[in-house]
Design a protein around this ligand. Structure first.
Ligand code: 1HN
Length: 355
C-alpha cells in the first residue's frame, strides 16, 4: 500500500506519541480511532487475501478415496473435502465470499436429507447413476452437469451405481454467515419423499414456455439440472457462427428462464469454450472466481502467475487480478463467482485489456 502519496490514508507514526493513552482508554469503552485503519479499510482498489491457487485433481482424488475408508456419507452427513484458499486458512472458503469442496458418495450410500439457507451448486466431476433429490424431484447427474439446490429446499443425494460419484460443491455459506442469517433443519428420514416425476422441472420450464399457473417470486431458477450434453452442444454450435470474444472466447451464462437473470440469486455460473490455440486477452473483474476444467488442457496466467490445467482441476482467480487463458486442446471451463451479488449491489466492475 502506498503510504506516501495522497492515495490511501495513513497517519504519520511520528505524530502518534501522546495518543497511546487515549487509544488505550477508548478501547476500554469499545471505541477505536478510524484514522489508524482507514487506509486498509477503504482501499483504493480491491486488495484480496485470496491467492491464485490450483488443486490438481490427480493430487486430490486419493484423499477423497482415503476419506471413504475413514468415514461413511451417513456419519459425515456430507463427505466433503473442503478446498480452502491458502490465503484464508481455516476459514472453510475458497474465496472471501464462497465455499467450495469436493463431495464423494459411494455405491449404496445416501447423504441424508436436510435444508439450509445457503444455496448450493453441484458441478459433476466423475461418476454416474447417482441422483440428487431437490424439493421432491430427483435428477440423475452426469459429468459436466450443473445442478442447483435452492435456499431452504430439502435435498438428499444417493448413489445407485457401481462406482464412486464425485462433484464440486459451491455454496454461499460465507455470505449467509456474514449476515448471521443461517438456519438449518434435518429431515427425520434419510430420503425426503419424492413427489414429482423425474424431469418435471425440465418439462415445465425447459421448453421456452411457462405453465400458465406459474407464480413468479422465486429467486432461483426452477431448472435445477443443466445437463452438460446440452451446454456443450450449445457452445459448439455457437463457435461455428460467432467470432470468439477476445477476452472470453465463447462464454455463456446459466440463466433462470423465468427472469433471464443468473440461475442463482447469490452465485453466478457460466461455461466457457476456449478453442485449441486461442489465448484470451487480459481481463480483470471484482469477482474472485472459481474455475473447473471440464475438457481440454491449457495454461492460465492469473496476476502474473502461471497455472497449467487439465480436466477436473480446480483453480481460483482473485478479485482484480488480470487473467488470461490459453488452450492447448479445445477447452471447456465452468466458472462461478459472487458476481450476481455484486451486480445487485452496484459493486461489480470489470476491465478488458491492461493497456
Ligand atoms: C451441504 O449441505 C452440502 O447438501 C454440500 O451436499 C456441501 C458445505 C457446507 C455446508 C453445507 C450438500 C456443504 C453443505
Amino acid at each position: 500500500m502506498d503510504s506516501t502519496s495522497a492515495m490511501a490514508h495513513t497517519v504519520n507514526p511520528a505524530n502518534e506519541r501522546g495518543r497511546e493513552g487515549f487509544y488505550q482508554r477508548a478501547g476500554g469503552q469499545n471505541l477505536a480511532p478510524l484514522w489508524r485503519v482507514l487506509g486498509a479499510l477503504v482501499t483504493d482498489e480491491p486488495v484480496s487475501p485470496v491467492k491464485a491457487t490450483i488443486w490438481k485433481y490427480s493430487d486430490v482424488r486419493p484423499y477423497l478415496m482415503e476419506a471413504c475408508k475413514l468415514i461413511t456419507a451417513a456419519e459425515a452427513e456430507r463427505r466433503v473435502m473442503m478446498l480452502e484458499n491458502p490465503g484464508l486458512p481455516g476459514q472453510s472458503r475458497i474465496t472471501h465470499s464462497l465455499f467450495a469442496g469436493l463431495q464423494i458418495i459411494l455405491p449404496g450410500e445416501v447423504a441424508p436429507a436436510h435444508r439450509h439457507v445457503a444455496s448450493a451448486l453441484r458441478f459433476i466431476i466423475e461418476g454416474k447413476d447417482a441422483y440428487t433429490a431437490v424439493a421432491g424431484e430427483k435428477t440423475y447427474m452426469l459429468p459436466g452437469d450443473f445442478v442447483i439446490t435452492p435456499s431452504m429446499t430439502w435435498h438428499d443425494h444417493g448413489n445407485e451405481g457401481n462406482g464412486p460419484m464425485v462433484w464440486l460443491d459451491g455454496l454461499d455459506v460465507p455470505i449467509v454467515n456474514l449476515m448471521d442469517a443461517s438456519f438449518r433443519d434435518g429431515y427425520p428420514e434419510a430420503n425426503h419423499p419424492v413427489t414429482r416425476p423425474e424431469g418435471a422441472a425440465e418439462i415445465e420450464y425447459g421448453y421456452n414456455m411457462l405453465p400458465i399457473d406459474h407464480e413468479p417470486g422465486a429467486q432461483t431458477s426452477p431448472i435445477f439440472n443443466y445437463p452438460y450434453a446440452r451446454t456443450r452442444e450449445g457452445l459448439e454450435k455457437l463457435s461455428r457462427f460467432r467470432k470468439p470474444d477476445a477476452y472470453a472466447a465463447f462464454k455463456m451464462k446459466f440463466i433462470n428462464p423465468v427472469t433471464g437473470s443468473w440461475a442463482m440469486p447469490t452465485i453466478s455460473t457460466w461455461m466457457q469454450l476456449v478453442p485449441k490455440g486461442f489465448k484470451t486477452q487480459p481481463y480483470r473483474a471484482t469477482d474472485s472466481t472459481v474455475f473447473t476444467v471440464v475438457e481440454g488442457s491449457g495454461t492460465s496466467t492469473i496476476g502474473g502467475q502461471r497455472i497449467d490445467w487439465q480436466p477436473h482441476d480446480i483453480f481460483v482467480a482473485p478479485s482484480w487480478h488480470f487473467q488470461e487463458h490459453a488452450a492447448s486442446a479445445d477447452a471447456v471451463l465452468f466458472g462461478f463467482s459472487d458476481r450476481v451479488c455484486q451486480e445487485k449491489l452496484g459493486f461489480f466492475r470489470e476491465q478488458r485489456g491492461n493497456a
